[in-house]
Design a protein around this ligand. Structure first.
Ligand code: NAD
Length: 296
């Protein structure tokens, strides 16, 4: 097995890198935050001094960065991955970024004879630690097949979504639906409560009826019906509202770029903006029920 370069060692990247090490890969790591790099070397990675230094001799490069501008910087700038990676290297960007950035970076990689896939994840920090992430992968068939064994060391479900950028498209479509369904679930439970309906009774009925959805059955925003849901621990995440807002903004940006009408996605973005601006971005996204209930 050749060396893997891993860049971006935060909440997600740190545990993902540890799972690569556990699977027996040799990893050269870089993060601009020294403490993150120290934690990676303590786990058994070798430290690199820059993205280019990490990528120089790598067979594969994995990145887990905050947003599109970080991805453009790490891949495209002088001293970046695309200029430094050896011919034939495979680049795997697991960050959640805009579809345009994913496609631009993939084109630049291809122009230099490098394979690239976008491979955003769902499953959060718990999934990263347990190695049970879901990867949504966009890129050519052969690049996907090369990436699959490495992704399997960090995740459980690996889905090939299509060509470059479709991994990011799948991620934002899914999360837009999730944000909308959570707001709908919160509205239904708030209305039921005001009509004198016990939330547990509404859950018993609706979770078996046509209104059922994941936001209700696995992540119910009212405490009680789903014991493991964040609503039972004062909305500690889980999946933070600020992360949901990031994904809803990406969905709106993408919709504007391809003339897709997404009025409920727009409303969800506005509601999560209000919730985060009120200082609740660190709460789980199901905490939006406090805004719907008029208590945020
Ligand atoms: P994070 O902020 O904890 O980690 C990002 C890391 O990237 C940081 O350590 C930062 O120092 C590093 N970084 C930034 N710019 C860099 C550069 N130029 N060179 C080297 N390192 C650089 O973020 P996270 O929570 O780990 O999330 C990473 C990505 O995963 C994001 O795109 C996020 O949307 C996505 N995601 C996160 C979660 C979650 O629950 N945290 C879930 C699914 C997807």
């Amino acid at each position: 097995m050749g060396d893997i370069a891993f860049i971006g060692l935060g909440h997600m990247g740190g545990p993902m890198l540890r799972n690569l090490l556990k699977a027996g890969h040799a990893v050269r790591a870089f993060d601009r935050v020294p403490e993150a790099l120290d934690a990676a070397t303590a786990a058994g990675a070798r430290a690199a001094s820059s993205p280019a230094d990490a990528a120089r001799d790598a067979e594969m490069v994995v990145t887990m960065l905050p947003a599109g501008r970080h991805v453009r910087s790490v891949y495209l700038e002088d001293g970046g991955v695309i200029g430094a990676a050896p011919p034939g290297a495979l680049l795997i960007d697991c960050s959640t970024v805009d579809v345009t950035t994913a496609r631009v970076v993939a084109e630049r990689a291809q122009a230099r004879g490098l394979d690239m896939v976008d491979a955003p994840v769902s499953g959060g920090v718990a999934g990263a630690e347990a190695g049970t992430l879901t990867f949504m992968v966009g890129g050519p068939d052969d690049a996907f097949e090369r990436a699959r064994p490495v992704l399997t060391a960090m995740g459980k479900t690996i889905v090939h979504a299509g060509g470059a950028g479709t991994g990011q498209a799948a991620k934002i479509c899914n999360n837009m639906l999730l944000g909308i369904s959570m707001i709908g679930t919160a509205e239904a439970f708030m209305l039921g409560k005001r009509l004198g309906l016990d939330p547990q009774k509404l859950f018993e009925i609706s979770s078996k009826a046509s209104g059922q959805c994941w936001s209700m059955t696995s992540y119910c925003p009212v405490p009680g019906p789903v014991p493991q849901a964040p609503s039972n621990r004062d909305y500690q995440p889980g999946f933070a509202a600020a992360m949901m807002l990031k994904d809803l903004k990406l969905a709106q940006e993408a919709a504007a770029g391809c003339d897709a009408a997404t009025p409920l996605g727009a409303a969800a973005e506005a509601l999560y903006s209000l919730f985060c601006n009120a200082g609740h971005g660190g709460l789980d996204f199901s905490g939006i029920i406090r805004l719907i209930d008029g208590r945020a």
